[in-house]
Design a binder for this molecule. Structure first.
Ligand code: SF4
Length: 1020
């Protein structure tokens, strides 16, 4: 008769199973024993514990899936397993086929959306787990919503395919095992002891196989978390369901396991009282009433404390929380002498913490065992490979090609490509304005060759060496190497990809004769610090390739384009994970994967609102209302909203035997306070609200707590001069107002910008807008490196419009004729590649120019154009202004000067941009051009007295709101304001004051510092 033993968490249930196995084997050393555990992680843990207890040779440790395979083999009915990549492909093919035949309409739009096929797979898996056959499902949904009909069609087609091909998925193997057991009464009869432990739920197939086996094994022992005395404990909610399911299927009554808690007193007390009604429910302001005794209270929140128990720690954000948790882990290893395998870090959802834990563990020198694998596409070697393979599929995009040429994951020596070739390719592509496209790349090489010939003929220096020719040759040989076969089978494409990846030098004695490809594995092995991780990822990538070939042979070979093959490969990689080689280390896992395991010390992280308990969501394909309706029609579909989070938290918190650290971030990503999770509050109350450790950025770390060299240096402030400078720089940069030598206070520039220097209005305006922008653009003379784009940019637009207006007003030709002449030569003259919209853009620009000419004529009634593109300085007399910086010399071109009937002058400056220009901009010293030009017309060029002026917005066909004649105090006041600013700007520049000052409306995109400026402010 099978026995079901119940005991709360931490009472040694696994230990009991191991003792029972040892006892049986002591009497009959070769007796067949089978132990069933929920998953492979627990299987590994179980084997380890058995080995540690003296070894139990010959015991078969299974999950249900491996047990099904074993039973089918013993019954001589082995059946190939449909592995996941093939299953996903099969479902894709079925959905595509049904969509083409018009039998799927509701879900047709979702068929290529990420996650849809995986959701279908999960639904089918659930239907099979609950032993609902396609025909039963089809009958139950008759008359229901069309979307359920479409799911039913996919399920039937999937199941038919499996049966026709004689394949099975894991659930199908479960069904077949049950049938094999039913039809073969001797199967499993030899089992001396069958044990089951670590589960918190059982599905109908598992129960069916288990009840058949349990009745044949001589002895069956099942352990489950529970409490006979308190069967309805909220913390045991999920276990109670499992207990009822076992009792119904196996017809057994639970017994209390005779054992004591193995947990430290504080954790044991928490285990007993967690979520118990009436315990530690505080009324705000009252002393907590708790059964926790003094000796069970949490230790001080001091990593040096050696008292076992529960600690609480809050940190500002996830990275700080991960650092604090890892420091605690290191203290357990160093101070408490715990082995790496004795410690675990658990979180409800691993993803948000994975990168921080990885990075900080590396800094602290703590090896980790991450459970559940890492997303394959995030591995740098695989990401580089996908980028490489995307080149022919996406027609050679510039940025991707440059990254591939610079990637350390490829050996390009056969193509003679190194860093200098990559840099020159970058130059060539910028000059040729290549975004993508093989033909554009080739045009760019031709352009480059021509420009090099011209430089040689007319340049001052010697003709440049023919590096461009070398790069072109390297480019062409790289294109040849990456030329995929055309329209062929997946198998052929996979061979092409494998050839590119190249052999693993660790496995191949002699290099392949068939081309070396790019030696990706050898390159990955070249860096010892990442080699293990990257080689594991590349192996997983090859498994994905094999999965695609297997899927093709299973589904029938068809030809496809390389683009389609690449899309398939990308999708398969996105769905895949990989695990670096198993090693001894601190286990890091989601709470779900750690169920059933136990450790001496556990750090349970992420206990803030919304993280744990996690919000339960209904299934998107089989909604809760569907489930209710289908249950009424006899299908045993359970709700997805079980409310199991409390049980999961109970399981997580009781994984710790001696020490439990609970941590949480107290600020959300947007900087708002983040409330604690109710589970955190619950344990905190149960422990009589002990002090919570808080890690704040401003706190100095005690050097004794430093867990890495970096932390120790920071704590002791034992910095060398470079680090000292770095710290001072950071402190200066996080102050709200910029100032000081690390904030743009430079050096004396009196000589460079002395009295002989001639200024342009735009440079002075640049200083007025942001001194640091002036420094970067005009002192360092850095230019923004823009990505080449087809079509013209704002600067080209401004030049074209200025040119057209200048020629129209000066030449007597019709506007349309002038515009067409300028447009015809614009791509060559201004160096841009027209887009297909260029024709339409010309029409639109001409229309706007006609409007602007009309509107300008309106506001110029009575005025006569006197001068166009009038130059001052640069060979002509400069404007010299008397300012507080002394005489300041200025130069520039005045777009237009008109004479009024009374003989006074009006100055106009054209603007192609639409940004508003108001009197405020002049008052702030950011717009100085107009008053400078007005004074230049009057004083430097001697054209007469200026009485007004404005900026003219060409595309808006209107004047700016800033008009010199309307400035407060009149045009003289406008001149005085400008002179005041010019003097202050020049004094500031000469003294080297270049503090960043982001404009209130945000930093302009043309500022060359936008990509690195620490004060950058996004525009509205
Ligand atoms: S990014 Fe903004 S703050 Fe920085 S230099 Fe440019 S304009 Fe100034």
């Amino acid at each position: 008769m099978p026995r079901l033993l119940l005991a709360p968490a931490g009472y040694g249930k696994t230990e009991k199973i191991i003792q029972s196995i040892r006892q049986v084997l002591a009497e009959q050393p070769l007796a067949p024993v089978i132990a069933i555990v929920p998953n492979m992680i627990q299987a590994a843990g179980f084997r380890q514990r058995m080995a540690a207890s003296g070894g139990t040779l010959g015991v078969e440790v299974h999950t249900f899936h491996t047990l099904y395979a074993e039973l089918l083999t013993r019954a001589e009915r082995p059946i190939p397993l449909l592995i996941d990549p093939v299953r996903i492909h099969l479902l894709h093919a079925i959905v595509d086929d049904l969509c083409q035949r018009g039998e799927i309409r509701h879900y047709a739009g979702l068929r290529n959306k990420p996650g849809f096929i995986a959701a279908l797979r999960n639904t089918i898996e659930e239907l099979k787990r609950t032993r609902i056959l396609p025909n039963d499902f089809q009958s139950a949904i008759l008359g229901s919503d069309v979307r359920l009909g479409e799911i039913s069609q996919v399920y039937s087609a999937y199941q038919n395919w499996l049966q026709e091909q004689n394949w099975a998925d894991n659930e199908g193997r479960g069904w077949l095992s049950a049938i094999a057991l039913e039809s073969n009464p001797t199967l499993g009869i030899d089992i001396r002891l069958l044990t089951v432990c670590g589960f918190d739920e059982f599905n109908p197939t598992q129960l069916s196989v288990l009840s058949l086996l349990a009745n044949r094994a001589k002895e069956t022992l099942i352990t489950l978390t529970g409490d006979i005395q308190h069967p309805m404990r909220p913390a045991h909610h999920r276990f109670h369901r499992a207990q009822l399911a076992l009792a119904n299927s196996l017809h057994i009554q639970p017994e209390a396991m005779d054992s004591l808690s193995l947990l430290a007193p504080a954790i044991a007390q928490m285990e007993k009282t967690l979520f118990e009604p009436g315990i530690a429910r505080n009324v705000p302001g009252e002393e907590a009433i708790s059964p926790v005794t003094e000796d069970c209270r949490a230790p001080r929140n001091d990593p040096g404390s050696d008292i076992a128990g529960i600690e609480f720690l809050e940190a500002q954000n996830r990275p700080a929380e991960a650092r604090a948790a890892m420091r605690w882990v290191k203290a357990r290893i160093v101070r408490n002498g715990l082995a790496l395998n004795d410690i675990a870090i658990l979180v409800r959802t691993l993803e948000p913490y994975r990168p921080y834990l990885d990075e900080i563990a590396a800094e602290f020198g703590i090896p980790l065992r991450m459970v559940g694998g890492q997303p394959l596409e995030e591995n740098p070697a695989v990401a580089a490979l996908l980028l490489l393979l995307s080149l022919p599929a996406k027609d050679w995009p510039r940025q991707s090609l440059l990254e591939v040429w610079r990637s350390p994951y490829f050996d390009r020596s056969e193509n003679a490509i190194n860093a200098s070739e990559a840099a020159l390719l970058d130059e060539i592509s910028r000059q040729g304005r290549v975004e993508s496209g093989l033909s554009k790349w080739r045009e760019a090489f031709e352009l480059w060759e021509k420009s090099q010939v011209l430089t040689g003929e007319f340049g001052d220096g010697p003709a440049p060496k023919d590096h461009g020719g070398r790069v072109k040759h390297a480019f062409e040989s790289f294109v040849d190497l990456l030329a995929p076969p055309t329209h062929t089978s997946t198998r052929e494409y996979v061979a092409f990809v494998e050839n590119l990846i190249g052999d693993d030098p660790a496995l191949t004695k002699r290099p392949s004769l068939k081309g070396r490809g790019l030696n990706a594995v050898a390159c990955a092995r070249a860096n010892p610090s990442t080699a293990e991780r990257d080689v594991a990822a590349l192996r997983a990538f090859k498994d994905v390739l094999r999965g695609l070939v297997l899927a093709e042979s299973a589904l029938g070979e068809e030809t496809l384009s390389y683009t389609d093959f690449f899309a398939d490969l990308r999708g398969a990689v996105e769905a895949a994970t990989f695990s670096p080689p198993a090693q001894v280390g601190v286990m890091v896992s989601s709470v779900l994967d750690a169920r059933g395991l136990s450790f001496q010390a556990v750090a349970l992280m992420g206990l803030s609102e919304g993280e744990f308990p996690k919000l339960e969501r209904e299934d998107i394909l089989l909604r809760e209302s569907d489930r209710v309706a289908l249950r009424e029609r006899g299908l045993p579909l359970e709700t997805r909203l079980h409310g199991d989070e409390a049980t999961l938290f109970y399981q997580a918190a009781t994984r710790a035997r001696q020490r439990l650290l609970l941590t949480r971030p107290y600020l959300a990503e947007d900087g708002q306070p983040w409330e604690a999770s109710p589970f955190w509050e619950e344990i905190h109350r149960l422990n009589r609200n002990p002090a919570v450790g808080r890690v704040r950025p401003e706190d100095r770390l005690n050097p004794a707590e430093a867990a890495s060299h970096v932390e120790w240096r920071e704590a002791t402030r034992e910095f060398d001069v470079h680090m000292k400078n770095g710290v001072e720089t950071l402190i200066a940069r996080i102050k709200s107002i910029a100032g000081g030598k690390y904030e743009g206070e430079m050096f004396d520039l009196n000589e460079r910008f002395g009295a002989a220097h001639t200024w342009s209005a735009s440079r002075l305006e640049s200083y007025g807008a942001c001194p640091f922008e002036f420094f970067v653009a005009h002192v360092l003379e850095l230019e923004p490196r823009e990505e080449p784009e087809d079509g013209y940019d704002v600067r080209v637009l401004g030049s074209m419009l200025h040119k057209i207006l200048e020629e129209f007003y000066s030449g007597g030709k019709a506007l349309e004729v002038v515009a067409q002449e300028v447009f015809a030569t614009a791509p060559q003259a201004y160096g841009f590649r027209p887009t297909p919209l260029w024709g339409l853009q010309q029409e639109e620009l001409l229309k706007r120019l006609e409007e602007t000419v009309g509107a300008l004529a309106e506001v110029s009634r009575g005025y006569t154009p006197l001068a166009l593109e009038a130059k001052f300085g640069m060979g002509a007399p400069p404007l010299v202004l008397k300012t507080e910086a002394g005489d300041v010399r200025l130069h520039g071109y005045i777009d237009r000067v008109d004479a009024a009937p009374d003989g006074s002058l009006r100055v106009i400056d054209y603007k192609s941009g639409g940004a508003v220009i108001s009197a405020m901009h002049l008052k702030e010293g950011r717009r100085l051009q107009l008053p400078i030009y007005a004074q230049a017309a009057q004083e430097a060029l001697g054209l007469g007295e200026v009485s007004g002026g404005f900026y003219w917005h060409i595309l808006k066909a209107e004047a700016s709101s800033l008009k010199l004649e309307n400035f407060e105090g009149g045009i003289r006041a406008a001149f005085a304001t400008a002179i005041g600013h010019i003097g202050r700007h020049v004094v500031g520049i000469r003294a080297g004051h270049f503090e960043p000052k982001p404009p209130t409306e945000g930093c302009p995109s043309y500022c060359p510092a936008v990509n690195f400026c620490w004060r950058y402010k996004k525009g509205f």
